[in-house]
Design a binder for this molecule. Sequence first.
Ligand SMILES: [Zn+2]
Length: 492
Amino acid sequence: MSYKKLKKLFEEQSLINDISGILNWDMATYMPENSRKQRIKQITKLYDYKKNIFNVIKKNEFFQKVNEFQLNEFDKINFELMKNKFDYFNSIPTDKLKKKAKLSIECEGLWREAREKSNFNIVKNSFAKLVELIKEESEILSQIKNKKKYDCLLLKYDRSLDSNKLLKLFNRIEKFIKKNLPLIIKKQKNIELNDYLNEQEQFKLSKIFMKHLGFDFSRGRIDKSLHPFCGGGTQDVRITTRFSEDDSFSCFDALMHETGHALYEQGLPKKWAYQPIGSAGGMSLHESQSLFIEMQIIKSLPVSQFIQKTLVDKIGKNPSIWSSEVIYNLRNNVKPGFIRVDSDEVHYPLHIIHRFNIEYKIIEEDAKVENLPDLWNEEFSKILRLDVNNDKNGCLQDIHWYGGDFGYFPTYSIGAFVAAQLAFKVRKKFIDFDLNLEEGNFKPIIKWLRQNVHSKGNLYKIDELLTESTEENLSLKYFENHIIGRYIKKKI
Ligand SMILES: [Zn+2]
């Protein structure tokens, strides 16, 4: 009985998250710029409702009244996940949570101005206050969970991760990339193109591919924002993209990435909807789904052939200019740069390791955020061997920290490693894998993802899910082999 009541209350809590998701989507797309203060009130109000739900649970001692032995295996996991969420809200005072929500939105607003003007000083004070709160939060969690402060922040985004595991993976991949980069760059063909895709053409190409991939337009939509993202609520996926005149595939690539996220959301198990077990299995798995589509599928050579066919047949492009080799090489160009979101997949983990090192220093070693630009630039030249020339190209490029997200960055690279492992398995399973891709027939692959990843919701940790679907724990060799196959042993 108490478990049923808990399920009902968690459903309410999940609906509040949906409302928050739509408000946040609106804030990033259509909200007028001077409405931010009003939006802060609305979003922080939702925290009161959430807190009320957790107070009802606490007052009635619902968790203590549940007999875990009477629950089936799925409900047991759901119950554990409920407890994790409850523990978080129960241990952090509501005042702190609301203050953090308010400061995050304010700080994010100042970050937009600071980034525009490439001046960290604009956001410095607000950011320092926000970081103080996050450190206090991590301290409270650390004492309750008896874990490192940074690990408690990681757990908010992925229950499979800890900093020791990350250090091992990141050390190995950093060495691998640094060792192979010179050869990758040497083997590269640089492409000059006498044509480009305008916004309308990119959008048309994207929509054709989204339909082929199975995006459900009756339960989702596309809009524009500064940074592409996938948000919204249950049964209502909002994805956004951006457009750049210098890059014929910027809007397309962003949409393919976000479609991967959206397919995951749209494929989550309906029987567990609104329950913790029915939500996504952490941000690394979420990212594995977007990178599976973007990097493993859409940027492959066979799909480049389908892109070429679509550009010629549906958009009227000249096939001698837009050959599949040109499309493939253009979209898999490897070059160092300052900006993470513009990075190729070889340099990308270096950007993540750079962020990981800095946030670890801030949370665990009390590095002063007032000196963030110096810290950023120093670390950047060590890992990416580039001297950062301004704050816009440096510590102001990403929204995450200024929105209060510490411990999020590592999930991007873990997602890339998981995606490579899943893709290896799928490629082995379907003999006509490449042929299907050449024809734009993604159905069997998406069906496999639905069965092995999407429909599992939050049932498994990463290693459990990978063992079920690929008979192996997370292994870096698949990502490394993917990089060697695509950039060193490549045939064109
Ligand atoms: Zn993503």
